[in-house]
Design a protein around this ligand. Structure first.
Ligand SMILES: C[S@@+](CC[C@H](N)C(=O)[O-])C[C@H]1O[C@@H](n2cnc3c(N)ncnc32)[C@H](O)[C@@H]1O
Length: 325
């Protein structure tokens, strides 16, 4: 019987069938009949039992499958045994019982967050990509995050901070923490350097000396005072908000608070292109507005009034955003 995990976000059928172990093939040997022939060694990096993989069919529909020995993958174009992929190299093309071809790959983080079960809005890959560089998340960084949502941003932060980094997350809803933990575990594996606290970030941040502080909460301006206390001098606060009303209030609060400078607001519009033969054009649909990204730097002390007035105008940081300097 096929199972479809909850919270399916993709327009295409994405989570595919895992079924009970298939019956033994006629003529299969049992242990009583003698030892099985030695298996050839799996190629390096081969797909393994227990992994979550992505199958892509000829129409680019995606199916996420958890590989289990003895299980069968079923979809509308037939079936095949998971065992046919376990031990095969990543990138293998497999043919179903009805002749459909599927490519088996490990999902990238960008693919995974779009397919994983979610109970909240997530930050989309185009923004995750920008956030990692705009917040300058580096290996070994000590990062504070709130809230965890479905864990998309947490996964990106964990990977960029690496095993020597530490991510501390405040999330006020226990059920979101549970789902996010499942999503994180499934892609990242155990994350001993992730500390999740069921807490209201508007009530303050207990820990300190963070290098980076990343917010995806409805009222980030309520966290500005606590962010100033929790960040080390030179640290970066980054806030992601879907509406310009939220972004405006956050930027104004960061400027007025006094411990931050170089308050910068950007959004990213990602336009894919269709390039096939003579048909070279932007695709008709694109993910345009998703949210605004605000960054600011934590100062070591208060700015002299002259510099403070210039920084209010936002000119230096906006210019540097455009030039990439
Ligand atoms: C849009 S979701 C975050 C999505 C997440 N960044 C992701 O990519 O999956 C916003 C989250 O913030 C949490 N949240 C809202 N207000 C909060 C607060 N005051 N303290 C802690 N978490 C809060 C919500 O419960 C929700 O899980």
């Amino acid at each position: 019987m096929a199972t479809v995990p909850e919270g399916l976000p993709a327009p295409e059928p994405a989570w595919a069938a895992d079924t009970a172990p298939a019956p033994a093939a006629p003529g299969a040997t049992s242990p009583a009949e003698g030892p099985p022939a030695a298996e050839p060694p799996a190629p390096p990096g081969a797909l393994a039992a227990g992994e979550t993989i992505l199958l892509v069919d000829e129409r680019l529909r995606r199916y996420t499958v958890h590989l289990r020995p003895g299980a069968t993958f079923h979809f509308h174009r037939g079936y095949f045994a998971h065992d046919d992929l376990i031990g095969a190299p990543e990138g293998t093309a497999i043919t179903s019982s009805r002749g459909a071809v599927l490519i088996a790959l490990r999902p990238t983080l960008a693919q995974y967050v779009l397919e994983m079960p979610r109970r909240t809005q997530i930050i989309y890959p185009k923004d995750l990509a920008l956030i990692l560089l705009w917040a300058d998340i580096f290996p070994g960084a000590r990062v504070f995050e709130s809230g965890i949502g479905s864990g998309a941003l947490t996964l990106a932060l964990l990977r960029a901070a690496g095993p020597t980094g530490h991510v501390v997350t405040y999330e006020q809803r226990a059920e979101f923490i549970a789902q996010a933990r499942r999503n994180i575990e499934r892609f990242h594996g155990p994350a001993p350097n992730l500390s999740v606290h069921e807490r209201d970030v508007y009530e303050g941040i207990a820990e300190g000396h963070f290098d980076r502080l990343v917010l995806d909460v409805p009222e980030p301006w309520q966290v500005v005072e606590a962010a100033a206390a929790a960040l080390r001098p030179g640290g970066i606060v980054l806030s992601y908000s879907p509406t310009i009303i939220q972004a405006q209030r956050t930027a104004e609060t960061l400027r007025a608070q006094g411990d931050f400078a170089l308050v910068d607001t950007v959004e990213t519009l990602l336009r894919p292109w269709h390039i096939v033969g003579q048909s070279v054009r932007p695709v008709h649909r694109m993910v345009a507005h998703t949210g605004f990204i605000i960054t600011a730097r934590r100062l070591a002390g208060r700015l002299p009034p002259r510099f403070a007035a210039a920084a209010q105008a936002d000119l230096p940081s906006e210019t540097s955003s455009i030039d990439g300097v």
